[in-house]
Structure formats: C-alpha cells, structure tokens
Design a protein around this ligand. Structure first.
Ligand SMILES: [Zn+2]
Length: 280
C-alpha cells in the first residue's frame, strides 16, 4: 500500500466511524512504532506529520522509507504530512522525497501574498497528487520553538476565509479560532460561533492546530463543525520526555538503551490511541 494523501485518507476514517483525522507530530524515530501500534489498537487510519525541524534532523528519505515500510507491514492506511512550512523550496523537497501531503504556512504574510505562494505550492503538488493545507490567521503559542506573542494572535475572519478558498483551491484550511500551539504554556479559548460561521461559508476541510489542550467537550464540537483534521503535537513529546527523564536518571550506563525507551513508547501509544478514540 502506498502512502495516501489527505483526501484519500479522510473517507477511510469516516467509513471506520471517525469524525476527524488526528494528525500526530512525530518527534523522533524511536517513537514511530507507537504510532502504528495505536492505529492498530483503534482501527484508525494514520496521519503522521513532521515539522520542518524534525525533517531536517532525521532526513526526509529516512522518514519516508521507514513510514512507507511500516505502512506495508501493518497494512494501515497512512498519510505522511509536512507540518508548518513557509519555505517553498523545502516543501518541494518534501514532495520530491515522497511526502503525500504538505502544509504551506503563509499566515504571517499579507493575504494576497499568502494566496499567491499557496498557489505556487498547489500547482507543484497537484502534479504528484499531494494534498495541500494552508493557514489563515495567527495561532498562538509556539511552533518549532518560535513563540507567537499573545498580541499577535489573530482569529481568522469569515470574509478572509471565503476570499482565500475562492482564490486558492486548497484541500485543507487551518484557521485560528482560539486554540494555541503547545498547550502547556497557554489556555485555549474556542470561538464556537466563529467556527460555525466559517464552516458554513467555506466548503473545505478545516484544520485545528493546537489540539493537545482542547477539552473533550470542545473537541466534540469542533469535529462536528468542519474540523476534518485535528493536529496533536505536544502531548507525545511531553510523554516521551517525562518517561525518559525517569528511566535515564535511574538507569546505569551499561543498561541496554532500549530499556530506557520502552515506557515512553508505551505512553505515546496510549496517548495517541486515546486521542483517536475521541474522534469517533
Ligand atoms: Zn500548527
């Protein structure tokens, strides 16, 4: 089975009883088996997203080939997505390496420029059947270590969203409706009415960024109001670091290093499976 793009993955999720696709950031290669284990635990299709920092750190070829081989081994429908990227060349490189979905993030640019750059990526991605996510509005918190000041948070407006999808025919649109990246430093403040209005005005899959800190109640609301993709980034990292802090500090230097990772891998598997069940 080859890697699927988001538009191919979404109907599979829906057939299996999921209202949204969870898209889970992979932070290091040792974590990877847990993602497939969680998908098998829940019968969910799998969407793995990679920050540009992690893509550089591990190398795109290693990521694509390892995810591809686990997809085949476990027969899990899988989409490999490049998370937030504002560099057009890096996005093209990811597509060339075999990523099946990408995000161009021009949310920091004036609207016209965001639209123009998104269209450059769309034109390139369409040749390879790769889906494209764009972002409109400024989401709070931090992404790949870069902090967004509270004063820079800007909710997406209905008018801008309507214009955006009219001028750039993206597959998914990330909107800013009150979630924040890296929930461990800030609180979410979901704008229910705004989301309902955008959902009505825009006939596209919407994407929720900063899904880690959203309450179960709000999660049920957003996946019923157009959020077809929900990003979960921080939680796996937190579990990994927390468990590794314990095992590394109590272990000996000649212990097999894999023993230090086993509790972390189990915790990541559980947190992903728990999130996946939330989308059912
Ligand atoms: Zn994000």
């Amino acid at each position: 089975m080859k890697l699927l793009n988001f538009k191919q993955l979404l109907p599979i999720a829906q057939q299996r009883g999921f209202h949204a696709v969870g898209s889970f950031n992979l932070h290091c290669l040792e974590m990877l088996p847990a993602y497939f284990e969680a998908a098998l635990d829940t019968n969910a299709p799998l969407m793995i997203q990679i920050s540009t920092g992690t893509a550089e750190y591990l190398g795109r070829e290693l990521l694509v080939s390892s995810i591809q081989s686990l997809t085949e081994k476990h027969d899990v429908p899988t989409c490999l997505h490049l998370d937030h990227c504002s560099n057009l060349d890096d996005i093209k490189k990811a597509i060339d390496s075999g990523f099946s979905s990408v995000m161009y993030d021009g949310s920091h640019l004036p609207l016209a420029e965001n639209i123009a750059n998104t269209n450059i990526i769309l034109e390139y991605a369409r040749q390879f059947d790769v889906t494209v996510e764009a972002e409109l509005g400024a989401i709070g918190g931090a992404e790949d270590g870069k902090a967004v000041a509270d004063s820079d948070i800007a909710f997406t407006t209905v008018a801008e969203a309507t214009q955006f999808v009219r001028e750039a025919d993206v597959d998914m649109l990330a909107v800013s409706i009150g979630t924040v990246h890296g929930s461990y430093t800030a609180k979410t403040n979901i704008q229910h009415e705004l989301l309902a209005e955008i959902h009505q005005a825009v006939d596209k899959s919407l994407v929720l960024h900063g899904g880690t800190g959203v309450s179960d109640e709000d999660m049920h609301f957003v996946i019923r109001h157009g959020m077809d993709k929900v990003n979960v980034g921080t939680e796996m990292n937190v579990q990994w670091v927390k468990h590794c802090q314990d095992t590394f500090s109590s272990g000996k230097v000649d212990d097999s290093v894999r023993k230090f990772f086993i509790p972390a891998r189990k915790a990541v598997r559980e947190v992903i499976a728990e999130k996946m069940r939330l989308f059912q």
